[in-house]
Design a protein around this ligand. Structure first.
Ligand SMILES: NC(=O)C1=CN([C@@H]2O[C@H](COP(=O)(O)OP(=O)(O)OC[C@H]3O[C@@H](n4cnc5c(N)ncnc54)[C@H](OP(=O)(O)O)[C@@H]3O)[C@@H](O)[C@H]2O)C=CC1
Ligand SMILES: CC(=O)N[C@@H](CCC(=O)OP(=O)(O)O)C(=O)O
Length: 315
């Protein structure tokens, strides 16, 4: 028997990527809607209810609308949008989050894909919070550098328009009202009292990202060295295929520089740590369209359908 899969939003950035990742998998049958019918609710309803599992790769409001169109209780849903990430009826789709999250995902019919910046931040901070290094009361500073595909078709069209060839060459900070849409999930999933002081920026490259979390040693709950932090990460993620902890950062850096694109087209997240006497910096490197979106979505699907978790994914 093949599992029937429907990607609602299959013509957008995240949807296309998921489609591409699944198209040759023999255990899956991909249901395909005609592009001109994609917003026809009656036609869409048929697809949504026929599928064993649906990916929603839509704007938030359209995602909520699609969930309401599902009238059976067997179709499983993986939502890539921001709509349900802090909804307690939905399971947050980071299998590596804690020892029970994978099982929770497996037994859920509603799973959301984390935001790309949020994935980098949460996976760097969770082990430190669980080990009482960072307190939930702490105000954490985080900056992220992402490729422009994170902004979907709209931003891709702007960056790739021939007339803009030389226009957006610098890294550009955005969300400067300091209220980025990933703040609620960062706060909720980690149980922080305050959302982080988070500033994203977008660069003139399509894919890849670095999420940088800044820690002040005096503000930590324990006096701890980089070496100890690395060993704590190694232990926390010891059985995780997709998480790589970087112990030798001399070889890791390119002559002292860190490239945002080196996890592209994989589902890998790399965590590296840097320190001085007073400060510590944790950097998560991932593909915003891999572990930050479509890769994570496929990983969750594999878990929910009882398939091999790494099927179709590169670590
Ligand atoms: N890009 C990324 O890195 C990530 C994106 N996401 C999330 O995934 C979702 C999709 O983002 P992304 O792929 O980047 O966006 P895109 O803009 O690239 O694609 C969205 C697609 O959905 C279509 N669409 C819009 N409304 C409807 C509707 N009511 N019914 C069916 N199709 C509809 C759009 O068609 P049209 O253009 O014709 O309106 C478009 O094809 C968003 O919620 C985003 O937050 C999640 C993780 C990362
Ligand atoms: C460059 C850019 O605009 N990136 C998007 C993040 C994309 C992503 O992961 O977020 P969602 O899943 O929440 O859409 C942003 O910062 O809003």
């Amino acid at each position: 028997m093949k599992y029937k899969i429907f990607v609602d939003g299959q013509f957008g950035t995240t949807g296309l990527k998921i489609h591409e990742m699944l198209k040759d998998r023999k255990e899956l049958e991909i249901l395909t809607i005609n592009e001109e019918d994609k917003k026809d609710l009656e036609i869409k309803k048929k697809f949504l209810n026929e599928a064993d599992l649906v990916f929603l790769c839509l704007p938030d409001e359209a995602s909520k609308e699609s969930v309401k169109l599902i009238t059976n209780n067997t179709t499983k849903v993986i939502d890539a949008s921001t709509a349900h990430r802090t909804n307690p009826d939905w399971t947050y789709g980071i299998a590596e989050l804690n020892p029970t999250q994978r099982e929770k995902i497996k037994n859920s019919t509603r799973v959301c894909v984390p935001g790309c910046h949020a994935s980098g931040f949460i996976m760097a901070m969770k082990p430190l919070i669980e080990n009482n290094i960072v307190s939930k009361k702490q105000k954490i500073v985080c900056h992220s550098i992402t490729g422009y595909s994170g902004g979907g078709k709209g931003l891709i069209d702007i960056y790739e328009a021939p007339e803009n060839k030389d226009k957006y060459r610098s890294q550009r900070p955005y969300a400067l009202a300091l209220s980025h849409k990933h703040l609620p999930e960062m706060k909720y999933i980690l149980g922080l009292e305050s959302a982080p002081f988070f500033t994203p920026s977008v660069g003139n490259f399509a894919q890849g990202m670095l999420v940088m979390s800044y820690l002040i040693k005096d503000e930590l709950e324990k006096n701890i060295s980089k070496k100890e932090v690395l060993s704590l990460y190694k232990n926390y993620y010891k059985n995780e295929e997709f998480v790589k902890i970087i112990e030798d950062d001399i070889d890791y850096l390119d002559e002292g520089f860190l490239d945002a694109m080196k996890c592209n087209n994989t589902n890998r997240i790399e965590i590296s740590v840097y320190e001085s006497d007073d400060y510590m910096l944790v950097i998560s490197r991932l593909d915003n369209l891999g572990k930050g979106a479509s890769g994570a979505a496929v990983q969750n699907m594999n878990i929910m359908l009882g398939l091999e978790e790494k099927a179709g994914l590169k670590s």
